[in-house]
Design a protein around this ligand. Structure first.
Ligand SMILES: [Zn+2]
Length: 403
């Protein structure tokens, strides 16, 4: 049997006055998602535990069948996996932003979208300052998004699960002092952050940016730390071999750690201009391989539209997903024999607040062995009325694959 999961990121939303009281999903023309609802089951799933911040890393982990309460150890380990950095027992990954702090306030958590080549130079300077210490390894990523790895080499790290850190994007324009790392090992992180201030002040790349009236990176900001998550591989847990298509690094990382193939699609941007049709073609091509039973297609555009407060952009994005991904993928699956297909977002992203939210997401699934439940279409209202509720979102995957 072949399986497909399509994730319109953050598509779940509230009724919109500008859409006559309908949600974007209900206002959109999505005949293929509606067909899945008609042929199968519609319901609600809660993917983000109340105790955790809402985001794609937490929401998709649930969707993939793993409780984030048990398996989510931080963002940095997932990003490390996406970059192909292997964490050993006892190692820690720490997200290392290049930021601009002016007058002790977080002026820019991206240091003015710091360019990658200049970032690389700063990371080299940081690494040189750790010369003689074999535990710390800085890894340049893209732009301001970099990583710091603690290699244990038999020496336990000073951190624990109680070590607290704050994402710098949550404290824009605020004073940084109350948000510095705290808990076990926080002194080490603070020290590295302080050290970076004087190193960056003298760095030639920063001097040049100042001359060009661009924001310099004044220091690093360390956060999102964690150890390698102890995932049981997906194939072992569910008996199907997976692959994932996404433009988002965190999801690549989760995919790698679950033992999935990560399929790169040219033209996949993670934005509203993404090449939807290419994603649809690659989904079919990937699923037609003999060594793939299950494909995940993740599309970020619906989430981006919500962050920008673009109601019509959001409706348009989900219509594109329906037309260019769900439609072709479903008709191909029908032509192949036994199959199941599931559509579900990872978390709601409200147009009203322009940010990720907690709460239920609507899902629709159909295929072999899934009997129609008398639904007429896919959307939040139908999902709430259906009676199929997964308060622990990670239970849905077992139902989809095996139920
Ligand atoms: Zn998301």
């Amino acid at each position: 049997m072949k399986f497909a999961l399509v994730i319109p990121d953050g598509v779940a939303d509230e009724p919109q006055p500008s859409l006559g009281g309908k949600t974007p999903l209900e206002a959109a023309n999505i005949p293929h998602m509606d067909e899945i609802a008609r042929l199968g089951i519609v319901g609600q799933t809660d993917n983000v535990p109340a105790s955790m911040p809402s985001g794609s890393d937490v929401g998709t982990m649930s969707l993939f069948g793993y409780s984030p309460l048990e398996f989510h150890t931080g963002r940095a380990p997932l990003e490390a996996a996406a970059q192909g950095i292997e964490l050993q027992q006892g190692d820690w990954a720490v997200r290392c932003n290049l930021v601009n702090v002016t007058n002790e306030r977080m002026t820019s958590f991206t240091a003015g979208q710091y360019p990658s080549d200049a970032a690389k130079e700063l990371l080299t300077i940081l690494q040189r300052s750790q010369c003689g210490d074999s535990h710390w390894k800085f890894h340049a990523g893209v732009s301001y998004r970099n990583l710091l790895i603690y290699r244990s080499r038999g020496v336990a790290a000073p951190f624990t699960k109680e070590t607290q850190s704050t994402p710098p994007h949550d404290i824009t324009d605020q004073e940084i002092a109350p948000f510095l790392p705290s808990g076990p090992g926080a002194d080490v992180l603070r020290e590295l952050m302080t050290e970076s201030r004087s190193l960056f002040e003298q760095a030639a790349v920063n001097q040049e940016r100042l001359r060009n009236e661009q924001l310099p990176a004044t220091q690093i900001w360390l956060w999102g730390l964690g150890q390698r998550p102890a995932f049981v591989p997906f194939n072992q847990r569910f008996g199907v071999r997976g692959a994932v298509i996404t433009a988002v690094d965190l999801l690549r990382g989760i995919g790698r750690l679950l033992g999935w193939q990560v399929v790169e699609v040219p033209g996949a941007t993670g934005y509203l201009d993404t090449d939807y049709a290419a994603k649809g073609r690659y989904a079919i091509e990937t699923l037609s391989r003999p060594d793939v039973d299950f494909v995940v297609v993740h599309v970020e555009a619906t989430d981006e539209a919500s962050h920008e407060g673009g109601v019509h952009e959001k409706v348009h994005a989900v219509e594109q997903i329906d037309q260019h991904i769900v439609g072709p993928l479903h008709s191909w699956l029908k032509s192949q024999g036994d199959y199941r297909i599931l559509v579900c977002p990872d978390h709601p992203t409200f147009l009203r607040t322009r940010t990720h939210s907690h709460g239920f997401c609507p899902f629709a699934m159909c295929g072999t062995g899934l009997n129609p439940g008398g639904e007429v279409g896919y959307g939040e209202t139908a999902a709430a009325a259906s009676g199929h509720v997964f308060p622990a979102g990670w239970d849905l995957m077992g139902r989809f694959i095996k139920g």
